[in-house]
Structures are given as C-alpha cells and as structure tokens.
Write a protein that binds this ligand. Structure first.
Ligand code: PLP
Length: 398
C-alpha cells in the first residue's frame, strides 16, 4: 500500500486535477505566484526564453486579459495594436507613467482645470522629486508653442478633454503636433469619454490614462487605472519595470469586475449621452439656471471641437444655479433620485456641489479662479429613465 501523506499535508496541498476545462467567462486567477512544471521551465521563464507567469505583481492572466481588451478598444482605428497596463488606480497609472518616462529636471506642461487629485500629485509628489508641473491655458496654441520653444525641459503635455468642471475640450491633433515638434510626449486622461466616445491614439497622442473606476467599470465596485500607448517598447520596458518595482499593479478581482462592466460599455454610454443631452436641454431653458456646461449644446464654446473629435458628448455636465451657495445647498437637500457622491461614471446619477463638498476647504476666491462658482453643480448623468431625472431636478429646483 502506498503511504499516504498526513491529513495536514492534504489540507495544504494544491489539487491540480480538473484544471483543463475551458471556462466561458474569464476566471479570476486569485494567485500571488505561479509554479513551474520543472526546474528547466522555471529557468527558461526567468531567463525570458519562454513566455510564462511568475508572480502576480509582475503579471497575471486575469489582469492581462482585461488590459488587452482596453488596448484593443483604444487602438480600434489603428492598423497596429497598442499596449495597455492596468494599475491599482487612475492615480497610480499617472504616477508610474511620469516616474518611468521622465527624468529629474523634466517638466510637465498642463492646465489648471484637470482632476484636482492629479494636480495635487503633480504639485506635492512629482514636483518634490524634480518633475515640476507648469500650468498654462492649453487652448492657446500660440502660447503653447512659444512655451515649448523656450523651455526644452518640457517633455510631457498632460491634459483632460473634456475637462472638469466646464467640460472644455482641446484640439487633440493640433496640440499633439505642436508638442511632438518640440520633442514632448502627450498624455490624455480619457476617463470622461472612454474609447467608445474618443480615441486619442487616432490623433497621434502618445499615452492615454483612465481611471477605470469610472465609466469603464461603470458600476462603482472596482478601483483601478489603465495606461495605453502605441510606444510598445516603453510599455514593455521602463513602464512595466516601474509598475513591477513600485508595486502599482492592479489586482485580479478589481480587473475582473472592470471586465464585467466593460462588456456593456456601448449600451451604457449611449444612454448616458442621451440622458445628459436631455437634461442639458431641460436645464438650459430653466429660469433658475444661469449657465449649462455641456459640449453637446450649440452654446458651449467647445461644441465644434467636440463634434469633430468625439463620437458623442458624454454623460458629464455642470450647471450654475442662480443665488449661489445657499441655493446650491438647498438644491442638494431636495434631490431624491440622484445620489450625493464624489465619484462619476456609475450607472446611477451622481451629483456633486463642489462649493459645499469637494472644495469646501478651498478659499472661495481660489475656487472662483478655477471656474468653481458657489452655485456650480456637477452631474454624472446615469442611465435611469430620463423623465425621472427631469422630475427630480425640477422638484429640487422649484
Ligand atoms: C478624470 C479623472 N482622472 C483620474 C482620476 C483618478 O482616478 P482614481 O480615483 O481611480 O485613482 C479621477 C478620479 O476621480 C478622475 O476623475
């Protein structure tokens, strides 16, 4: 009789039988490491002579499958496929990019009205380590060209289009041409649009970042980020190295939740866009509202450029309530359908009053300089029935 191993060994052992079936849906590889069938295989994989997984911080089949889908989505119009790496958050995607492709002394040219967390990262982390941000109005192409001609240390132009809170858009192709002439990379945060509505690689942009936490996941249950580029040498070399060594990698469960959400991206985005357009038109004609920022409205200053480079106008809008802070707070108190939450891109409608929420600790004068008036409300328009959303806003405004 063959001697059995002890009961505890049985409990500990990985049973590797029955692992040959083909799951229809992507499985979660909840494993921190991968074993080798022989020392020869292990040596070949470590040496790089053979493809294979080693350790989940370096790479994991669940994470890589989801990254591949995002790469294919962003390079949908191109003849060659880009590369994508997933990260633990949108913030870590941005940080890893900057730390891996820039050198101390290089500068990042950007605009004031991007996501506040990104600005803080540039000011408080990258700036402290020799990668200073330079702020300008990126819609002024002549100024952009002269700034870049004067300062060869500017090696990255970083932008959002549309940007918070005014939904102002920038001409991606024109801006990229100027940056490339000056020898700088361009990185676009495509979180608001997703590759369903805008594909910056088509306009020559070098890098795309996403907070996949938002529209790509769409259900508010996963925190992750993505970086996409056609510079496959940089992606597979220094950027992957930085992800691996800084440990800014995504985890398989969040990647899997993201994948679930991405399957319905076009259906969700069509509805987000249609509802946002409906609400923008409703708000535009409401007597309590002094201004509506939505690039789909003919009155929006970026309407022409948005029409040119976006497939539709997205689910984000902002508007200004007359009578400022008090009216803004009263409006927020009355809402019944929309939830008060500081995120965006979920299937349900989310509303933010920056003056009483995200920007409450910022001096009112500085808020104003950044386009955040006391009565400004930001809406991430969900996929509910439009009539219910209009009724909710109507009763809260009245
Ligand atoms: C446009 C934009 N980019 C990046 C981020 C950062 O993403 P994360 O929260 O996934 O780190 C956010 C977060 O709100 C965002 O709105």
């Amino acid at each position: 009789m063959v001697k059995k191993q002890g009961f505890t060994s049985l409990c500990v052992r990985e049973i590797k039988e029955n692992r040959t079936t083909q799951p229809h849906v992507l499985p979660i590889y909840a494993t921190s490491s991968f074993s080798f069938s022989s020392i020869d295989e292990g040596m070949a994989i470590f040496k790089g002579d053979q493809q294979g997984h080693v350790y989940s911080r370096y790479g994991n089949p669940t994470i890589e499958t989801v990254a591949r889908k995002i790469a294919l989505m962003e390079s949908f119009d191109l003849d060659e496929d880009g590369e994508c790496i997933l990260f633990s958050s949108g913030m870590s995607a941005i940080l890893t990019l900057m730390l891996s492709v820039l050198e101390p002394g290089h500068k990042i040219l950007t605009q004031g009205n991007i996501y506040g967390g990104t600005t803080e990262q540039f000011d408080k982390i990258l700036g402290k380590h020799g990668l200073s941000p330079v702020y300008t109005d990126l819609s002024d192409m002549a100024k952009l060209a002269s700034l870049m001609a004067e300062d060869s240390a500017i090696r990255m132009v970083y932008l959002e289009s549309p940007a918070n809170p005014t939904l102002a858009c920038l001409d991606l192709a024109a801006l990229t041409e100027i940056a490339h002439k000056a020898g700088a990379y361009v990185c676009v945060d495509n979180t608001f649009c997703t590759p369903y509505l805008q594909r910056p690689l088509t306009h020559g942009v070098d890098f795309i970042v996403h907070s996949t936490t938002k529209y790509l996941n769409g259900h508010g249950n996963s925190t992750a980020g993505a970086l996409v580029s056609i510079h496959t040498d940089l992606m597979k070399g220094p950027i992957w190295q930085a992800m691996k060594l800084a440990g800014t990698n995504c985890n398989p469960f969040d990647a899997w939740l993201l994948h679930n959400g991405m399957k319905t991206l076009p259906l969700r985005m069509d509805r987000h866009c249609a509802n946002a357009m409906g609400l923008a038109r409703f708000l535009e004609s409401h007597p309590q509202i002094s201004k509506v920022n939505y690039p789909g409205l003919e009155s929006h200053p970026s309407h022409a450029i948005a029409t040119q480079q976006m497939m539709d106008f997205g689910g984000m809008l902002s508007f200004e309530i007359k009578d400022g802070l008090e009216a803004g707070i009263a409006f927020m108190r009355k809402l019944k359908v929309a939830s008060l939450a500081p995120t965006l891109g979920d299937i349900d409608t989310l509303v933010l009053h920056p003056a009483s929420m995200s920007h409450i600790n910022i001096d009112p004068e500085i808020r104003k300089e950044n386009g955040i008036s006391d009565g400004l409300i930001r809406l991430s328009v969900g996929i509910e029935d439009l009539g219910d959303l209009i009724d909710d806003l109507e009763q809260a405004l009245s």
